[in-house]
Design a protein around this ligand. Structure first.
Ligand SMILES: C[S@@+](CC[C@H](N)C(=O)[O-])C[C@H]1O[C@@H](n2cnc3c(N)ncnc32)[C@H](O)[C@@H]1O
Length: 242
């Protein structure tokens, strides 16, 4: 299966991002994602697209008993094992489409910035629903449909090279988008807001929270960060298995 994170150049550039160097506290969504977690003392947690394993380590810090981090990229899993090892965490190279999703096995499933790589989102929602225990919580952060819809995922610029506006185009045409991210061509999948939210409801989930991320005030001095207030980039959702 295609995954840019195993491409040497992309992997290296990803490692230079603030979130890669600084972990959760350097991630623009963490102030909104963190409060969505349920109490994790003694719980089991599944992380879909775990990357370096930051959320797996957080779950253990919060008292989780058993954590499984899945990622399609061997390089990312190796990095997770190096940066965030723990006896209670198991990391595994596995596409989230291919995991076996044992029935009623997990108390909490989390996925941060990985679901916009998934074509069949409904399929993953149904599998996550199956694998959660009754009352289990699914928290995710997906690139916002306003962010993923247009061509190339970039601003339209004025003559001086300043961002003029964010183009939203082909919104109602879900599917593949070829984007330019960290100097590489990266394929992502656009899903409309209706597809995301109705996909959850149709899978049986009860929606508990929906958040569109605005960066925190203390990050506003980072170059380009103020532009992040001009359009949503990330959509956070908390859903519960009834
Ligand atoms: C932006 S990174 C986020 C990593 C981590 N969740 C975090 O927040 O630090 C996206 C991750 O999704 C992984 N990924 C992409 N497609 C995937 C798939 N089909 N199954 C599992 N992981 C996938 C990538 O390899 C990458 O590690």
């Amino acid at each position: 299966m295609y995954n840019e994170y195993d491409n040497e150049k992309f992997f290296e550039e990803y490692g230079k991002m603030a979130r890669s160097r600084g972990g959760l506290s350097a991630a623009g969504e963490w102030h909104l994602l963190k409060p969505l977690f349920p109490p994790l003392e003694g719980k089991t947690v599944l992380d879909l697209g775990c990357g370096y394993g930051w959320h797996c380590a957080y779950a253990v810090e919060q008292g989780a008993e058993k954590v499984l981090g899945l990622d399609l990229s061997r390089k990312m899993i190796e990095e997770a094992e190096r940066r965030n090892p723990d006896d209670k965490i198991r990391y595994r190279v596995c596409g989230m489409e291919d995991y076996e999703y044992p029935e009623s096995a997990w108390d909490c499933a989390v996925s941060n910035l990985a679901l916009h790589y998934i074509e069949n989102l409904d399929g993953v929602f149904k599998k996550v629903y199956k694998t959660l225990k009754p009352g289990g919580v699914f928290i995710f952060n997906i690139e916002h449909p306003v962010f993923t819809s247009g061509v190339g995922q970039d601003w339209a610029y004025d003559d001086d090279g300043r961002p003029k506006y964010w183009p939203v185009d082909d919104y109602f045409k879900p599917g593949e988008r070829v984007t330019h991210f960290l100097g590489c061509e990266v394929i992502k999948q656009h899903h409309t807001l209706t597809q995301i939210l109705m996909g959850l409801l149709n899978s049986g989930f009860e929606l508990k929270a929906v958040r569109e991320v605005e960066p925190p005030e203390e990050m506003m001095d980072i170059p380009g960060m103020r532009d992040e207030l001009r359009r949503p980039m990330m959509l956070l959702v908390k859903a519960v298995k009834r």
